[in-house]
Design a protein around this ligand. Structure first.
Ligand code: NZQ
Ligand code: ZN
Length: 411
């Protein structure tokens, strides 16, 4: 097990009806003036926004609103939010929604004290500062990205066709309000994409270059097994509270770094090379209509098929612990395979099982189903090169030729 630091200071308030306690929780933490950020209307239609605003009013917290965050959020609205937050003098930015909304809230928070363009913080041209920055809190309405307690935000710049992540403790939410009933209204596709994203967050860490870390590996595989059980239940009955609750909490644990402890070579860093996220982010950067989790459903199996031979024991242990797949014993009577063939067959069966599970939820199998064509691959590679440099990844270093081969294999 490698050395690690683990920081998860977010306060979680979880359960039926807790969204009505948002104001009281924030007031108890000392916040008085909030910018409330939300998306393109779901929280208005479901009544969630009205409940949150009523709770703020009851707690004496002043508030200003910023609406219209789109999935794969764009920096333009962040700039608008920074100006609004400064004008209102807020001490808190409260995201009511999913990863796109919460990431926008985080970016606004970092942008408030920064005098230049907030994109500089995402491009790496400037470093975020702590002083004068409003805190971030979240009311989660879709379990997926894990942003409710992660130290990351991901923002797109349409003009540059770049999607960039920024990790800093500064914008980790101080409070996550997690009411599973708020997720009853999720469309099946978003439920499925959210579960796919969670599994990807676990697997990016699991398939790091480190050897086995039994305590962490068991947590990781346990989370994936739980999601494989609960997701079909939530799809069959969107109001199944226990399925929704288990999925919601799994989404947090999948991305608060618990599932990667001891697997990072850098004690202060996140485990894994995040290769599939890097490859996926180019898809949704070039076409914001592509849902992040749906992109991962295609990319993750394609990446695994390309790289598993760099760590055959990892794919075998994942297959065994998640799907009960054992390689056949080449020594057994009547078995006529080499050890290499036995490993390959088990690895391929594991990746097939993973991909078939994503497809069973309603996720795509190919890039074509997402509207991505072979002609677009050079554009994806151009921005990937800008984001990642000539080579990236950890389990196996990937050149741009490797990335092209992975995209082409997924067409
Ligand atoms: O905009 P509204 O109308 O609210 O609709 C949203 C949106 O269309 C809808 N929705 C959310 N809650 C709902 C609901 N519809 C009905 N009922 C509800 N209760 O769902 C759609 C998707 O929302 P979004 O916030 O985009 O989803 P998600 O949480 O998957 O976030 C995706 C974004 O997070 C980034 C992704 O790249 C993407 O930009 N990520 C952020 C991470 C982080 N901050 O740590 C890590 C992830 O790997 C990821 O990259
Ligand atoms: Zn993700």
């Amino acid at each position: 097990m490698n050395d690690f630091t683990f920081c998860s200071p977010t306060k979680f308030v979880f359960g039926r009806g807790v969204c009505d306690r948002t104001g009281a929780e924030l007031a108890a933490m000392g916040y008085r003036n909030a910018l409330v950020v939300y998306g393109q209307g779901s929280v208005v239609r479901t009544g969630t926004l009205a409940r949150v605003l009523a709770s703020l009013e009851a707690a004496g917290i002043a508030h200003t609103e910023l609406s219209g965050v789109r999935p794969n959020p764009e920096v333009g609205l962040v700039r608008e939010g920074v100006a609004t937050a400064r004008a209102a003098g807020v001490d808190l930015v409260l995201g009511v929604g999913g990863g796109s909304v919460i990431d926008t809230a985080k970016a606004i928070s970092l942008g408030v004290p920064y005098e230049g363009d907030v994109w500089d913080l995402f491009s790496g041209a400037a470093k975020p500062v702590a002083e004068g920055r409003p805190a971030v809190a979240s009311v989660l309405t879709i379990p997926a990205a894990g942003s409710e307690s992660s130290a990351s935000a991901v923002i797109t710049n349409d003009e540059l066709q770049l999607k960039r992540g920024l990790s800093t403790e500064l914008h980790r939410p101080v409070l996550a309000i997690m009411d599973p009933e708020l997720t009853f209204s999720l469309p099946a596709y978003q439920t499925a994409a959210g579960v796919t994203d969670m599994i990807a967050h676990v697997m990016e860490r699991y398939f790091s270059a480190a050897g086995p870390v039994p305590v962490t590996d068991n947590i990781a595989c346990g989370l994936v097994r739980a999601l494989i059980e609960e997701a079909p239940r939530a799809l069959a009955d969107p109001t199944d509270y226990d399925a929704r609750a288990n999925i919601m909490w799994a989404g947090t644990l999948a991305h608060n770094d618990l599932a990667g402890i001891g697997r990072s070579a850098n004690p202060a860093g996140r485990a894994g090379g995040w290769e599939s996220h890097g490859l996926e982010h180019e898809l949704s950067a070039h076409d914001a209509r592509i849902t992040h989790g749906a992109g991962l459903a295609v990319i993750f199996p394609a990446w695994l098929r390309y790289v598993w031979q760099s760590a055959p024991e990892r794919i075998l242990s994942f297959g065994r612990d998640v799907f009960g797949i054992e390689p056949v014993d080449p020594q057994a009577d009547g078995v006529d395979v080499t050890p290499e063939e036995a490993t390959r067959d088990a690895a391929e069966a594991t990746i097939d099982a993973l991909q078939d599970f994503f497809v069973s939820l309603g996720m795509p199998r190919t890039l074509g189903e997402l509207g991505v064509t072979a002609e677009q691959i050079p554009d994806l590679l151009a921005t990937l090169r800008q984001n990642k440099g000539a080579e990236f990844g950890e389990l196996r270093r990937l050149t741009m030729d490797d990335a092209r081969a992975i995209y082409e294999s997924a067409l």
